[in-house]
Write a protein that binds this ligand. Structure first.
Ligand code: TMP
Length: 222
């Protein structure tokens, strides 16, 4: 694969979507072909599954896990592999690390089984770098709540299946992300998600630019 694969991970309200968007804009301004994707989503099937998964409609934890993996399998074959083959920089808002954190540490499903499913769904294609936006769940959930108030979302649209989980679930998820990052420092970078958007963005640029420049010179049009 000639491209570069970068993922953002973190709990609710950590700022992943904002930082992923800023990074794509920054890389595009530098002349790179940067492609944003999100999980679940970014394919017809992924968007369909996302709508169900973030609702409060019933689903068993095993089916929930398999829906995330189905969305991932589709994303990998329809978006990630083709774009990487063309030398693009794929920037993912969540990836397989979320399944380890949420379905493993959060829901309690055996980690080895999730790792096996992640390998199966991705064909063992993983990000070159995953940036973990590490944030206290209380702060993150507060951000989500105030954003929903600002957007004046109708009652009933909020909170989703995951946001309404009890605080200990989100603490477990945070621990799950940190464990993954700490055990694989060559592929994960932890950033303090409590810092301002521009401070986090500066760190993100500093850690991604060397990787992009070393692996992706062919993808630059400048
Ligand atoms: P978000 O990406 O807008 O935060 O919403 C997706 C939700 O799905 C979020 O609460 C985390 C959850 N999720 C999982 O539980 N497992 C996964 O594998 C992924 C990708 C997301």
């Amino acid at each position: 694969m000639s491209g570069v694969f970068i993922a953002f991970e973190g709990g609710e309200g950590a700022g992943k979507s904002t930082q992923a968007r800023l990074l794509v804009s920054h890389l595009s301004a530098l002349g790179y072909h940067a492609v944003p994707v999100r999980e679940p989503g970014s394919t017809e099937l992924g968007n369909y599954l996302r709508e169900y998964l973030v609702s409060d409609r019933p689903v068993t934890i095993l089916a929930e896990l398999l829906m995330f993996e189905a969305s991932r399998a589709e994303l990998i074959s329809e978006q990630v592999r083709p774009h990487l083959s063309e030398g693009a920089i794929v920037v993912a808002d969540r990836f397989a690390g979320s399944t380890i954190a949420y379905q493993g540490y959060g829901r309690g499903i055996e980690l080895d089984q999730i790792r096996w499913l992640n390998d199966f769904a991705t064909g063992e294609l993983y990000p070159d770098l995953t940036i973990l936006l590490n944030i206290d769940p209380l702060v993150g959930l507060e951000r989500v709540n105030s954003r929903q108030l600002q957007l004046a979302l109708p009652i009933g649209d909020t909170p989703d299946r995951f946001e309404e989980e009890i605080l200990s679930f989100h603490d477990d998820v945070r621990r799950g992300f940190l464990k993954q990052a700490e055990s694989d420092p060559d592929h994960w970078h932890i950033v303090d998600g409590h810092r301002s958007i521009s401070q986090v963005s500066a760190v993100v640029r500093a850690v991604t630019e060397p990787l992009v420049m070393s692996k992706n010179m062919a993808g630059s049009v400048s």
